[in-house]
Ligand binder design. Structure first.
Ligand code: NAI
Length: 483
């Protein structure tokens, strides 16, 4: 390793603690470590320059060091202002061989508690390479991809427009900060993003919300390069989104408020993969869970799983916890919060902060806000009742805790690394559109995680395989199977 050059993290002296946590995480991330052993000798990512934007946690540190072990260079930012673990960021910059005085790792631009301005500056930094620009993006939620697309749009128009392209951050204040970043960039170099976009072979996207934005770009015909939807790998969305949340939602709630969950009423908005994990976790603690849904299939699933299904309005004065998992906007409104029980806890685990109407809350006549501790705020209404809002409406499992545990992130990130390698080494095989990894690779990711949990998998006999019309080695399900 060489010097990381420029970087921006909280405090490099945290690196030693970060390194110890990374070592523990490596033990819990068998898929990533298997890819290191298997692929490092052939260096499939040699020449890859990856602009990375994903929560800068301990688990992401293991991802970054897997990508660099395979030959990649990276520049990294977090995809959320509150989700960085400062010790992990420091450890990545210092690197396994470096010291805080002589860092030898990878450049990271991330710290816990960025302002929105700093957030978009960091996003800009991961595209600011010395010499040749980046040729790959690894994204979570689509902000890095959005920056390139809106940059190119602005350069084509010669001006930064109102931000009408699909995937605009729902949060209007955030859109304005992004536009200001683009205005400065346009003034400094009117061809910058066009040049960057030309060099990008593709993006691999981590989460449901980012994939929705990619699909919108593709539908509008404005997607600029191929994309792999990592979220739709079964070993991503059916594990991270569900079992990851089942763990990290409680972690966030407990660290934030330490309010007893048992015996209480918890409203979970959305019963997709994340909502199912959230409802299971809350019920596991003894809460009575009420689900709200717009999709009749998911509503039917929720009721069959034994949850009451109602509208937010129906239980607004009754619930003790309100957890949004929809990836939608305006799910909890200021009117809802005004009608809640005293000290109700309001938190979001969907990707963006527009699920809870924070702007409407702040504008409520006579409302006051007190910081109980960082990322926990008590908002008191003129009638005297208050609500506790976690992480200012941003994803609470990463803002109030440290996100998902390593093992489940290993399944997600093994898909990420496989997607990066495939897109980088076989770029010609991907047209400009949104692609998924083949099921054989999905099954392989699962296989890499069985031994660590003591699983003895049954093997098909040749006769059984013929009877079922399968290959002994898989894939075992058709693509449309839903698990
Ligand atoms: P999903 O699409 O499986 O589930 C979302 C559900 O919300 C859908 O069933 C939809 O019908 C429902 N919904 C939409 N609008 C609604 C409304 N107004 N009221 C009630 N229900 C509504 O998506 P998934 O995978 O569960 O992800 C949800 C969000 O969580 C996304 O933003 C995703 O990016 C994010 N995510 C966050 C993670 C974290 O660690 N915090 C991890 C994984 C995903």
């Amino acid at each position: 390793d060489e010097s990381p050059g420029e970087f921006r993290v909280r405090d490099l002296s945290l690196a030693e603690s970060g390194r110890r946590q990374i070592r523990l995480a490596e033990h819990e991330m068998p898929g990533l470590m298997a890819l290191r052993r298997e692929l490092a000798p052939s260096q499939p990512l040699a020449g890859a320059r990856i602009a990375g934007s994903i929560h800068m946690t301990v688990q992401t540190a293991v991802l970054i060091e897997t990508l660099t072990a395979l030959g990649a260079e990276v520049r990294w930012a977090s995809c959320n202002i509150f989700s960085t673990q400062d010790e992990a960021a420091a450890a990545v910059v210092v690197g396994p061989e470096g010291t805080p005085e002589q860092p030898r790792g990878a450049p990271v631009f991330a710290w816990k508690g960025e302002t929105l301005e700093e957030y978009w500056e960091c996003a800009d930094q991961v595209f600011t390479w010395p010499g040749a620009g980046p040729n790959m993006i690894l994204d979570d939620g689509g902000d890095a991809t959005l920056l390139v697309h809106q940059g190119v749009e602005a350069e084509r128009a010669g001006t930064v427009g109102p931000g009408t392209s699909p995937g605009e951050p729902g949060h209007s204040a955030e859109g304005e900060v992004l536009r200001e970043t683009l205005r400065r960039s346009l003034a400094a170099d009117p061809q910058r993003w066009t040049g960057i976009a030309r060099g990008i072979r593709g993006v691999t996207e981590e989460t449901t919300t980012g994939v929705r934005r990619l699909d919108q770009l593709a539908e509008a015909g404005s997607l600029l390069f191929p994309a792999i939807d990592v979220n739709s790998s079964v070993t991503k969305s059916k594990f991270d989104n569900r079992y990851g949340i089942r763990h990290s939602l409680l972690d966030g709630l407990n660290r934030a408020t330490d309010v007893l969950i048992g015996g209480k009423v918890a409203l979970v908005a959305g019963y997709g993969d994340v909502g199912k994990g959230a409802a299971e976790a809350l019920r596991g603690q003894g809460a009575r869970v009420v689900v709200s849904e717009i999709d009749p299939i998911c509503a039917l699933q929720a009721v069959m799983d034994g949850h009451q299904v109602a509208r937010v309005e129906d239980v607004v004065g009754e619930a003790d916890f309100f957890i949004t998992t929809t990836g939608d906007r305006d799910v909890i409104t200021a009117d809802h919060m005004a009608a809640m029980k005293d000290k109700a806890v309001v938190g979001n685990i969907g990707h963006f902060d527009d699920e809870i109407d924070m702007a409407g809350l702040a504008a409520w006549p006579g409302v006051t806000r007190v910081e109980v501790k960082p990322q926990v705020h008590e908002w008191t209404f003129p009638d005297g009742h208050s609500v506790l809002v976690l992480s200012e409406g941003r994803l609470l499992n990463l803002g109030n805790a440290t996100g998902h545990p390593s093992f489940v992130m290993s399944t997600s990130f093994t898909n990420q690394v496989i997607a990066q390698v495939d897109l980088f080494t076989r770029a010609d095989a991907y047209d400009v559109g949104v692609h998924r990894l083949p099921k054989a690779l999905d099954e392989r990711v699962a296989r890499l995680h069985l031994d660590a949990l003591g699983v003895r998998l049954t093997e098909l006999t040749k006769v059984q395989a013929e009877y079922l019309g399968l290959d002994v080695a898989g894939p075992y399900k058709p693509d449309h199977y839903r698990y």
